[in-house]
Every structure is written in C-alpha cells, then in structure tokens.
Design a protein around this ligand. Structure first.
Ligand SMILES: [Zn+2]
Length: 155
C-alpha cells in the first residue's frame, strides 16, 4: 500500500488510534480480513524489560468491530523477539499491543466494548451480536460474562 492509501484506511478503520497500520485487506467467506502491523517495533521483554533480538514474525488474529455490516478480523503481523538476558525466564516473546487487545484476548478491546454496549444499551440479543461478529453464541456469551465480571471487579 502507498502511504496515502494506508493513511486513508487507518483513518476510516481508526487503526490510527491503536498503534497499528493497515498493510492489506481481503474478503473471504463474508469476513473482511484486515492485515496490519505495529507502527513502531517494541522489542522490550515483558519480563526483564531488556530489548530482545528480532527472531521472526507471527500472525495474531483478533475479532474486531464489523466494517460496513460485515464480520471483520484483524490479522496483525507481530514481531517475535528472543530475550538476550540469560537470566530471564522468557526466551521468546511477541510484541505486546496493549492498545489493541489484552495479552490473551481473541477480540480487540474496542470490540469487547462494542459487545457490552450492544447487549446492555441497545438490548441486542447474544445471537444478533454473534451474527454481526461472525462468532458462535457460546463465544459471545462467555465473552460478555467475563467482561461483565471484570467490570464489576473494577479492572
Ligand atoms: Zn527477558
């Protein structure tokens, strides 16, 4: 993508606010796949805080907000690093993208917020939310339960 195309895509999809930039997109089975990568590489080891050495890249797929009514997946190409500190318990780690998603989450933070808003404010059904996101009923239901528990617990 040219810089201008990427800027337009990042502005429309608001990925500009998440610290990732769009590198490509595709449609497969009614899902919109958005490829992106972090704008800045951050090699900081989450355990020891020292900078690691670039090893390779891995894809992390996250359910994101529907784009123009279609279920959407972000496919983020994340750099993976080797920790250079022999005393560190971590050997390999991938870059964290805290603004996009919690470390083990399968949906983006903004999508998690969207799910709760649709259920709590718009009184949408779990089935309707699941259909909009291209997820199963059980997945959305357990996401909603865990998000609500986190909220109640004050995290
Ligand atoms: Zn380390």
């Amino acid at each position: 993508m040219t810089d201008t195309t990427a800027l337009v895509a990042d502005t429309i999809c608001r990925t500009v606010e998440l610290g990732v930039t769009i590198t490509g997109a595709a449609i497969a089975e009614d899902r919109t796949w958005i490829d992106c990568r972090p704008v800045e590489a951050d090699p900081t080891c989450p355990t020891c805080g020292r900078p690691g050495r670039l090893r390779d890249h891995v894809d992390r797929v996250l359910t994101d907000l529907p784009v123009v009514g279609h279920p959407t997946r972000l496919r983020i190409q994340l750099p993976r690093f080797t920790c250079i500190d022999d005393g560190c318990e971590v050997t390999i780690f991938r870059q964290r993208i805290e603004a996009v998603a919690a470390p083990k989450a399968t949906t983006t933070r903004r999508c998690a917020r969207w799910i709760l808003q649709r259920l709590a404010i718009d009184k949408m059904s779990v089935s309707a939310v699941a259909r909009a996101l291209g997820l199963g009923w059980n997945t959305v239901n357990s996401l909603a339960v865990s998000l609500a528990s986190e909220f109640v617990a004050g995290h």
